[in-house]
Design a protein around this ligand. Sequence first.
Ligand SMILES: Nc1nc2c(ncn2[C@@H]2O[C@H](COP(=O)(O)OP(=O)(O)O)[C@@H](O)[C@H]2O)c(=O)[nH]1
Ligand SMILES: [Mg+2]
Length: 472
Amino acid sequence: LAPEAENPTNPMCLIENNPKEQLRVNQEALKILQSIQQPVVVVAIVGLYRTGKSYLMNKLAGKKKGFSLGATIQAQTMGIWMWCLPHPKKPDHTLVLLDTEGLGDVEKSNTANDSWIFALSILLSSTFVYNSMGTIDQYALEKLQYVTELTKRIKVKSTPPKDSEGEEEDSSDFLRFFPAFVWAVRDFSLLLKLNGKPITEDEYLENALKRKKGTEKKLDLAKKCIRQYFPSRKCFVFDRPASRRALEELEDLPESKLNPDFLEQVQHFCSYIHEQAQAKVIQGGHTVTGTSLGHLVVTYVDAICSGSIPCIENAVVALAQIENTAAVHEAITYYEAEMGKHLKLPTETIEELLEAHAQYEKEAIKVFLARAFKDVNHEYQKELGTQLHAKLLEFCSRNEQASSDRCQAVLTQLFQDLEEEIGKGSYSVAGGYQRFLDDQKEKVDQYYLVPGKGLMVITAALLSCLTALLQA
Ligand SMILES: Nc1nc2c(ncn2[C@@H]2O[C@H](COP(=O)(O)OP(=O)(O)O)[C@@H](O)[C@H]2O)c(=O)[nH]1
Ligand SMILES: [Mg+2]
């Protein structure tokens, strides 16, 4: 099991939004997020405070308690809360729930940042849930005003398109990287009917998003923006979960005390999200892990705090730099480990080393390509090539060294006897020199026969050893 699957975390504030302050990334939460190497399915929920968002997110987590509900929220930090859980349906994926706290709450959060919280929720999620109470009416659409400001809050490209049709192009660009959109309508009290005929929840939403004669321009724009930015749309309606008095203590109520229709609707919603919500993917089709989601959080919040508009392209470029550097490192580490494991130094021939290099170089490049993305002009792949070549040279010199060391050791052992004889003066007698030459030849022959000496058989070591003996 991956560590993240073993240790589901508790909800933590990831991006803090305190009154009169700038947005701030909570470093502790960031660390936890960045330790997750699995792909992430990111579900964010946004909507006015006290509309049952946290309650619904706890249902998605499959837990009775988790994100604090309205009644207990007083002491909590406002902003975007994060909860990382093993995905209940997708093995090797982590489900990241992002709950927003305090939207529209003038007392406890910095409402000037509300539209940034809204934009960040879109930028970071792969499924974006908009939660509202009652029906999808004028009021609910008005509260979705942030969606009409999105072009002021999110930039897709670092340079604006030059042609006059810029705006149109911009919105088509927008939607390619936007999350799937889900509208959750709570305490829904209408019958799902249109002109007397039963309709689905999705049809209800689509009908509400249609242009209608006589609607305010602002509302029309909100509808148009939702239709344009979110090509994938779903709607879920929920009955009121319990009697008015029971609502306060909803999270402690046994299921038997809840409206069975509500329970079924929650069940339906949860299985849809668990089965259909996709892992987050960014430009270039690269799947986002907890680690890279953490980088995105930092890049976007930094951009906002420095007074600029978060730009998807810039964030992806920054992410690619980090990921591709890591991919080079991972590939080199792989190459070194495999060479170390399979290659016994010194090798008998240089070909042996080169063959191993060719094989593990190929595999290392595969390791690199599996992780790298947006490697413009193969810049990082070239860097990997350079580093692999340097590693090869390093292995060659280690091979030579290992061979030299081995030869040296063999020689030392073989010639030990000779040196002892010389020391004793055994050859300083008549015919001694011839005997010395014979013994020496025998040792040299033996030396050549010892296996595993590698490339450096005729070594400087042997020559110097012989010279030394002659001088002795
Ligand atoms: N009327 C109603 N109240 C709910 C619903 N879900 C939860 N609540 C209650 O509404 C209060 C606020 O819920 P909470 O999930 O904290 O709302 P949030 O501020 O949007 O996150 C709590 O007392 C919940 O028990 C719902 O579907 N309808
Ligand atoms: Mg809440």
